[in-house]
Each structure stands twice: as structure tokens, then as C-alpha cells.
Design a protein around this ligand. Structure first.
Ligand code: DGJ
Length: 688
């Protein structure tokens, strides 16, 4: 047995402590900062008929090292010998308070475990690297990113959904057993978001969060053991795919993220938001995304230069920054049955090319943006006719059409090159400063016949997509990218890092949208949450709301307008312009403040509070009422606010009421519903 070594990682307010034992690493401690942590010892394990590694809280487990408990890594060889045992390469250890790398070797494999963090936030990033150092190919039917040991028996919270109903908050108490979420779609999917929270209460007590920064097929296993091990959360690349490593090849797993908070589940949310502002955002300084007008809901596929310019003129009167032309602009695109793949302006709709519209929009003082869906192709397109072999297919099996389209095999070099060339051509010939990148179907029959490596098609597709996004960001740094996938089917920490803003859902009915945004904000930040004021009903909740209610829902993220502005009269334009000015004023606090979600959007009073921003010392509360016909003569609605700074007196601008941290959190502040009968926006300003 080698000497045991302990390593302590320091985050802004927590410690994460691991130690080596034999060829393994165990978790000694994960919680608030502490002075001394004893190393995990064999006496800490429960009595059971199993090997020691099956009963240790391993940081990463390999089958063959473990035999009966869950393992993150499975290895198969042509010899039929599976798994591995590891020995630490002590000379390769790299350890600082914010970074740890431990390397191991097995019979024919190398394994590196990585932990990274920062003194500026409380998130730890973890991933692994596996190298085939033998002389035969090996197969990894499961190669996850990390095992996170969570020593807390508490409900598990996660986000599930479907198209138009993304980010619904769920919770379960897991008895001994396994719970799995994930996606086989080749995209993150609307079905589950790659984030798991564990905790009892909103504001107090220990709580943990584990996420995966990956946008292809994925899985997260949550294992509650029968033998007293901590809860184990293991996220990573889908274990229904197989990674092949030829001799000398290395697999690097996607990053997983973990965080601890002593301030309950809200503390975990704060921690994600702080990390995203510092490490995921393109720049550390808050950069506000443009206020867009997007004409999709107004005109769908039926676009023309004059009609788009008329809408753009209205949008300019409102005071937006960017006019975005959505689907429907390219060759042959009159419905969703044709044109995807042929990324040139439709000669009938745009006889002089897109430049005429882009210039017209510019002359109105707006930037110009464009929609694109480069990963997909309609069978009725010149691209498909020229390259039928470019789409994912399972040999001679009939192809699966979804929304009348197929998915291009982005794992192929020629497809990747074509996509880059197409984007470069578009962005360098038209003055485009905003690109909405859509993807409207899951991958089916992924891979390519005859290529043994294609069982990892989702890895290839996603990595190549990341490479394209990174290249475009480098070559066209001024272009803002909006990530979209049939609404919110591709949102995760990796997408947030490579795009500027994301479209969480095609549900634009304001009451339903509020519920989606409630879930979104538990794991992802407001400054990425694109939200438009539209004039359509919700798919579920069709109760009418005021004009201002629609605005307030959108103003609590990245405001945009998607309504048919040809239907808006001077009153709406004037009121809309006022609300846009109000949003511009409040935006620094909405985008840099901590977020508190008070209540449930379906309850009578729901409040979204933003406070203590580093760019603004005000607090803003958006208060939504489910019942616009409520008779308030008998009640004077109040909301409790919890982000006020201690020792500071605040004045509520809308009512003149003075309050402070204690009073706002216990007595609350009065909501006059002065903005509209069903919504109010309160601004609390420090008096001194
Ligand atoms: C799905 C997106 O989510 C919508 O916003 C819109 O861009 C359509 N695709 C266009 O086809």
C-alpha cells in the first residue's frame, strides 16, 4: 500500500477534501470551510460482504476496481477481460488549493482525474481522461465524468419537460435504488436538464448541486445505496453509446460541475449564477444582450422585404436594438417541408439578396440578425439532392423524418467543413450581428454504416459543433449567438459558454412561460434567458393577462419582442417603448443581482426578486397575480423580500414606503398593482 495523501481544494466558501487510498481516491469532506478533516478510514465503512472499493466513497470508480457497487467507467476488451485496477503515479500529481490532477496506470490503460476550482466562486469542475496504452482497441460502454458523493439524505430536485413545457421543477425522495435522467437525442433535450439538486429547504441547511456541461446525449445516475454509502451522482456522456479507444488514443470526458451551499437550495442557485457570471460568460463584466424584435410569430414563413421593413420600422419606434429575421428567408422555404440546407436568400422573396433588408434595417438604426438551422436538411433541398449520404442513417433502413427534416452527420469532416464555409460566407457577405442557431429535431439512427467509431456519433457531433461555435466566435466576435433547439432542447452549461443567450421555450403564453422561467432560473442565469413579449395565448393557461404582465415576464430575463407589431396601435407602441426604457434602467440589477423566486408561479402571488447586484445596489421585485379580477378592497397584498442589504434603509419608489432587510423579510412590502391590475414592478432604492 502506498502512503496516503490528502488534498484540499478551496472554493470561495467551501472545502472539498479527498485522499488517496491504494489505487483509489476517496472523498473525505465536502462542505463549509473547516480547519481539520480526518482522512476517510476503513472504520468509516459499513460491514458488508464486499470489497473495500465497493464500500469506499470513491471519487471515480472503475469496474474491476469495484465489483458490486456502481462504477463510472466500464472497459471492454477483445480478450473478454473487462475493467481495470489502478496504481497512482505519485510523480505525476499536481496539486494547488484550486487544482488537482491525479494520474493512475492500469495494465493497458492510463487514467487521469481532474478537479478545478477558484477562490471566486463555489463550483468545482471535474472530468477524467482515459488513455489506451495497450496494443489493442478497447471499448468504453460507460465513461462518465465523475462520481459526486453527497452525504445528505434529502429530496432530489431536477428539471423535466417536453417541447413547449421545458424546465418544470420536479422532486423525489429516493429510497435505496437508482434514478436516471438523460437524453438519447444527440442534443441536451427538453426532457431533462443536466442538473440535480439535493436539499431540504430553500434558504437554510446544506444543499448540493451537480451539473453536466454537455450538449449531446448524456446521462446522470443517482444511486442511493443499500449499504450506507452516501448518495452518488454520476453525470456524463450517454452510457448507451460506446467510446472506442484505439492504441494510443485518449478519451476526455465532458466537464461535470458540483457545488455545496450552507444556504439551502437558493444558495445552490446563487452558486451556479455566480460561477456562470465569472466563468461561463464571454466576459467577466456584465454585457447586456441586445433587445431584439423577432418577426417569427408575426410572419412565420411568409416573408418579404417590404413587410419585414414595416415591422422593423415599428420595432425601431419601440426602441429595440436588433431586428431578427427568423425562419423562411432561404431558398425554397415556403413551409417547413423544403429548403433547409440551401442557405442563400430565396430569389423570389429577396430578388436583390438579403443585403437590401439588412441595409434597410440598419438605416432604421437597428442591427440585423438572422435565423439558421445548419445541422438539419430537408429532403426537398439542393443540399440533400447533392449529398444524400451526409445524413445520419442506419444502412438501408428507411430514414426517419421529424418536422420533415433529417440531421446532417456532423461527425464527418466534409460536413463540418461545409458548415463552417456556409456560415463564414453568410456572415462575411451580409451585415449580420446576431445569429439565432436552431436545431429542430433529435438525431435518430446516429452514426454511419461501416465506421466502427460511429457508435460515438454523439460525441463527434457535439465536439464538432463546439468547434464550429468557437471558430465563429473567434472569427466574428461581434456576432451575438442565440442558442435555440425547438425552444429549449439544447440548454446546458456548455451551450451557455459558447452562445450569448438561449431561447428556453417556444411557449410564449405569459403564464406558462413564467413557470418555465421559474425552473430555468434555478440552474441558469437571467442574463441568458431570452424572453419575448408576444400576443398569443399559452398552450396550457389561456387566462387573459394585461399588456404589462406580458412585458414583466419578458423583462425578468433578456427582453425581446415577438408580437405582430402591425397589430399594435400608437397606444401599445408608446406603452411598449416606456416599458423598454424601464427595462434598460433595471437591467443591471436583473442581470447581476441574486435571484429569489418567491412562491410558485401558479399560486395567487408569485414574486421574482433581484437584489444585491454588483452593478447596481437597488432591489427589483416583479410581482405577478394569477387573478386579474381579484377584488383587493379586502386585502392589501404584500410580498416578502429577502435580498436587501443589512443596515440599509430602502425606499419603495412606487409607494414611498420605507423598509429594511428585517422588515421586508417579515412584514413585506405593499404591492399597489399600479403598473397593471395583475402585475407590478417594485424598485427599492437605498436611501442613504
Ligand atoms: C423553433 C424555434 O424555437 C422557433 O423560435 C422558431 O425559430 C422556429 N423553430 C422556426 O422554424
Amino acid at each position: 500500500m502506498t502512503t496516503r495523501q490528502q488534498f484540499r481544494l478551496e472554493t470561495a466558501s467551501t472545502h472539498y477534501v479527498v485522499s488517496t487510498v491504494d489505487g483509489s481516491v476517496v472523498l473525505d469532506y465536502w462542505g463549509p470551510r473547516t480547519s481539520a478533516v480526518p482522512m476517510w478510514s476503513e472504520s468509516d465503512r459499513v460491514i458488508s460482504l464486499a470489497t473495500q472499493d465497493d464500500l469506499r466513497p470513491l471519487e471515480f470508480a472503475t469496474q474491476g476496481q469495484r465489483h458490486t457497487a456502481f462504477s463510472e467507467l466500464r472497459i471492454e476488451r477483445p480478450t473478454g477481460i473487462t475493467g481495470a485496477r489502478w496504481s497512482l503515479r505519485e510523480d505525476r500529481t499536481e496539486a494547488t488549493p484550486h487544482a488537482l490532477t491525479l494520474e493512475f496506470h492500469g495494465e493497458d490503460m492510463e487514467l487521469s482525474l481532474m478537479w478545478r476550482t477558484s477562490p471566486d466562486h463555489d463550483v468545482i469542475r471535474r472530468w477524467v481522461r482515459v488513455t489506451n496504452s495497450g496494443s489493442d482497441a478497447v471499448f468504453l460502454p460507460r465513461a462518465l465524468s465523475a462520481g459526486w458523493n453527497v452525504g445528505l439524505q434529502a429530496p432530489i430536485r431536477y428539471l423535466s419537460g417536453s417541447w413547449g413545457r421545458e424546465f418544470q421543477s420536479q422532486q423525489l425522495t429516493l429510497p435505496p435504488g437508482e434514478f436516471t435522467i438523460g437524453a438519447r437525442h444527440g442534443v441536451t433535450s427538453a426532457n431533462f436538464s443536466p442538473v440535480v439538486h439535493v436539499g431540504h429547504a430553500s434558504d437554510t441547511g446544506s444543499a448540493y448541486g451537480v451539473a453536466l456541461a454537455w450538449s449531446g446525449s448524456w446521462v446522470t445516475h443517482v444511486v442511493s445505496s443499500t449499504v450506507g454509502l452516501p448518495l452518488r451522482i454520476s453525470p456524463g456522456f450517454s452510457d448507451e453509446s460506446v467510446v472506442t479507444l484505439r492504441p494510443g488514443e485518449t478519451y476526455t470526458a465532458p466537464e461535470s460541475l458540483g457545488t455545496y451551499s450552507g444556504n439551502g437550495l437558493n444558495g445552490v442557485t446563487d452558486s451556479w449564477h455566480a460561477y456562470q457570471a465569472l466563468e461561463v460568460s464571454r466576459s467577466r463584466a456584465p454585457v447586456h444582450r441586445p433587445i431584439v424584435y423577432n418577426s417569427w410569430y408575426a410572419t412565420t414563413f411568409d416573408v418579404s422585404v417590404q413587410q419585414q421593413l414595416t415591422l422593423a420600422a415599428r420595432a425601431a419606434e419601440l426602441g429595440v436594438d436588433t431586428f431578427v429575421l427568423d425562419d423562411g428567408w432561404f431558398r425554397g422555404r415556403t413551409t417547413d417541408t423544403a429548403g433547409l440546407g440551401d442557405w442563400e436568400a430565396d430569389p423570389i422573396k429577396f430578388p436583390d439578396g438579403l443585403g437590401q433588408l439588412a441595409e434597410g434595417v440598419k438605416s432604421l438604426g437597428l442591427d440585423f440578425g438572422l435565423w439558421i438551422e445548419p445541422e438539419c436538411v430537408n429532403p426537398d433541398s439542393d443540399l440533400y439532392r447533392a449529398h444524400p449520404d451526409w445524413v445520419y442513417r442506419a444502412g438501408p433502413r428507411p430514414l426517419e423524418l421529424i418536422r420533415n427534416q433529417y440531421v446532417l452527420d456532423l461527425g464527418r469532416d466534409d460536413v463540418k467543413q461545409w458548415m463552417l464555409d456556409t456560415l463564414r460566407q453568410l456572415l462575411s457577405t451580409v451585415a449580420i450581428s446576431y445569429l439565432k442557431w436552431d436545431m429542430n429535431r433529435p438525431v435518430t439512427d446516429g452514426g454511419r454504416p461501416g465506421d466502427p467509431l460511429s457508435r460515438q456519433w454523439s460525441l463527434q457531433h457535439t465536439r464538432n459543433l463546439y468547434e464550429i461555435w468557437a471558430t465563429l466566435r473567434e472569427e466574428f466576435p461581434g456576432v451575438v449567438v442565440e442558442g435555440c433547439a425547438a425552444g429549449g432542447s439544447r440548454i446546458d452549461n456548455a451551450v451557455l459558454a459558447l452562445t450569448d443567450v438561449v431561447w428556453p421555450s417556444d411557449e410564449v403564453g405569459p403564464r406558462d412561460r413564467l413557470e418555465i422561467q421559474h425552473g430555468f432560473l434555478s440552474a441558469y442565469p437571467s442574463w441568458t434567458m431570452s424572453s419575448w413579449v408576444c400576443d398569443v395565448d399559452g398552450l396550457d393557461d389561456r387566462r387573459p393577462v394585461s399588456f404589462e404582465y406580458r412585458f414583466a415576464v419578458a423583462m425578468s430575463g433578456v427582453l425581446g419582442i415577438g408580437a405582430d407589431l402591425s397589430e399594435w396601435g400608437p397606444t401599445e407602441i408608446k406603452r411598449g417603448a416606456e416599458l423598454i426604457r424601464r427595462y434598460r434602467d433595471l437591467r443591471p440589477i436583473i442581470h447581476t443581482g441574486i435571484v429569489r423566486r418567491h412562491g410558485d408561479p401558479r399560486e395567487p402571488l408569485y414574486c421574482l426578486e433581484f437584489g444585491q447586484g454588483h452593478a447596481d445596489d437597488r432591489t427589483v421585485a416583479f410581482v405577478f397575480d394569477t387573478d386579474r379580477d381579484r377584488n383587493r378592497d379586502r386585502t392589501a397584498p404584500r410580498v416578502l423580500l429577502t435580498t436587501l442589504r443589512p443596515g440599509v434603509t430602502y425606499r419603495v419608489e412606487e409607494t414611498g414606503e420605507e423598509t429594511d432587510r428585517a422588515s421586508a423579510a417579515t412584514r413585506g412590502v405593499r404591492v399597489p398593482f399600479g403598473l397593471a391590475v395583475d402585475v407590478d414592478i417594485l424598485t427599492l432604492v437605498p436611501t442613504a
